[in-house]
Design a protein around this ligand. Structure first.
Ligand SMILES: Cc1ncc(COP(=O)(O)O)c(C=O)c1O
Length: 366
């Protein structure tokens, strides 16, 4: 491996965060949400490590689910958005997948196919208005599924639109709507909670929680990094300085010359860029560490490189080969995301295949 950019993934941290979610909602079973390549952490490696430690996995597409099965992942796998084509129902039966049903077409396809599915989660639109059916239809879905004899267990699910905002009472309204639909149906298990709800809202006893971002040690809440919530960040992105120069006051740096030295200082070039997943829109000042010392982005992010300077109080002399932490450890990815005008979810999910991925745990390493 010549280029020194490495995404180190702490698999034990992900298991710890999963168990942390379960401790917060001890009456519930929990999906480990590993869609979108386990939020950029590597779905196969993460799921293999968690397999048989989790109650089930959840993904967004059947391709993601099949990838895991073919990698010998044995735990149940649920399709959070259900099927996109009728033919997927046969694959669900073949591979033993569980699925959400959020519209009439998915339901009638299942009944036409006459396949057997262990668990189906009927999705209630409790106010997000993205997927699901409303209260007037949901009972009919549950009854038709139960009467079909094709499904071992029918459950009721919903998704929150604002659980990451503790001052927004929409979550309470969605919960009230959900509970009223549930009462109309009678006995039925529930699945409502994403990471924010698991950590900060009171969710129905029993049923299934669906932690995603918190598994990776990243916070769903603005301004509060995952470590402050008791989570263990799983990804550390590190690289090295490949070139160093001395800037004079007034020198301008990089594409578009978006950084100008206010005084003479060293500037280092580091092997990471937007071709790796470091967002191009990240603004000057984004935090990082050079040999353990505070530093920040100075100049526009290129495809393969960034330029950085130390904070003025540092007395380090920068040299090629010194290690740079882009995020992870004491550089929260949530703070880098702030400088890129986005959230930790997007930064890690947009990681590309170009960095070297190093997986480690106390019991194995790769
Ligand atoms: C239906 C559903 N459940 C759970 C999750 C996990 O959410 P989070 O990553 O916020 O925990 C998602 C993620 O988008 C989702 O779409």
């Amino acid at each position: 491996m010549a280029r020194p950019l490495v995404a180190s993934i702490d698999l034990d941290a992900i298991l710890y965060n999963y168990q942390f979610a379960k401790k917060l909602q001890p009456s519930c079973k929990a999906f480990a949400v590993v869609k979108s390549n386990a939020y950029g952490h590597g779905a196969v490696a993460v799921s293999r490590h968690l397999d048989e430690q989790v109650d089930a996995f959840a993904v967004a597409t059947i391709e993601e689910a099949i990838e895991l099965r073919e990698a010998d992942v044995k735990s149940p796998i649920m399709l959070l958005e259900g099927v996109f084509e009728q033919s997927e129902w046969a694959l669900c039966e073949q591979y033993g997948f569980w699925a959400a049903i959020e519209n009439e077409q998915q339901l009638s396809w299942l009944i036409e196919c006459q396949v057997n599915i262990e668990k189906v989660f009927v999705k209630l639109d409790s106010g997000m208005h993205r997927l699901g059916v409303d209260k007037t239809t949901v009972n009919d879905f549950v009854v038709r599924l139960r009467q079909s004899g094709l499904v071992d267990q029918v459950l009721l699910m919903t998704h929150f639109s604002c659980a990451d905002d503790l001052s927004d009472m929409t979550t309470m309204e969605q919960l009230a709507y959900f509970e009223s639909a549930r009462r109309d149906i009678g006995e039925i298990d529930a699945s409502v909670a994403n990471s924010a709800a698991i950590m900060k809202w009171s969710v129905p006893e029993g049923g299934w929680i669906r932690p995603g971002i918190m598994l990776y040690g990243i916070s769903p809440f603005a301004g509060v990094p995952g470590v402050q919530l008791g989570l263990k960040p799983a990804m550390t992105l590190t690289s090295k300085i490949i070139s160093v120069r001395h800037l004079q006051k007034g020198d301008q740096v990089g594409y578009g010359r978006t950084y100008q030295a206010g005084e003479a200082h060293q500037l280092a070039t580091v092997a990471v860029g937007y071709g790796d997943g470091y967002p191009r829109v990240t603004e000057n000042g984004a935090p990082l560490k050079v040999s353990g010392q505070s530093a920040h982005l100075a100049g526009r992010v290129s495809m393969d490189m960034i330029t950085v300077r130390l904070t003025p109080s540092s007395d380090l002399v920068m040299e090629a080969g010194q290690e740079v932490v882009l995020w992870g450890g004491d550089v929260p990815v949530e703070e880098v995301a702030d400088y890129a005008g986005t959230i930790g979810y997007e930064v890690v999910t947009r990681m590309t295949s170009r960095p070297h991925y190093h997986y480690f745990s106390a019991s194995e390493s790769a």
